[in-house]
Design a protein around this ligand. Structure first.
Ligand code: SF4
Length: 119
């Protein structure tokens, strides 16, 4: 039996998952826990937050995140892609750094603006 903590709401229910022909989930106080456990077992996803390099900005890097959770298997390939990206300031918050990554219909966007450094 696997154990997971549901992260959908602050109650943080302990979920117990038995993998037979179908998944049997107990410990949830609502239906959202079942949906969360099924996804976490079959296709775990995360929002990736990281930084990318930026030229001429007031800082050398800018924070970015995926617009939606991505399957965990794509996280390291995406980090590699982002390590090759370099933006140039000024950049607004919400700027699309990469569009439709791996044809998932998900973008990578900046989470703050970056002003140009006055030299
Ligand atoms: S199972 Fe429902 S009540 Fe429990 S943590 Fe998840 S969302 Fe919240």
């Amino acid at each position: 039996m696997k154990k997971l903590t549901c992260i959908v709401c602050p109650l943080s229910c302990s979920l117990f998952i038995e993998e037979k022909e179908e998944l049997k989930i107990t410990g949830n106080k609502c239906e959202r826990g079942i949906k969360y456990a099924k996804e976490e077992i079959r296709n775990p996803k995360r929002v990736l937050t990281t930084t990318v390099k930026i030229k001429d900005g007031i800082y050398p890097v800018i924070p970015v995140r995926t617009s939606k959770p991505i399957p965990k298997d794509y996280i390291f390939p995406l980090l590699k892609k982002l390590s090759e990206v370099e933006l140039t300031a000024p950049i607004p918050s919400g700027y699309k750094v990469l569009e439709n990554i791996f044809n998932l219909g998900i973008d990578v966007i900046t989470t703050r603006e970056m002003k140009k450094l006055n030299k």
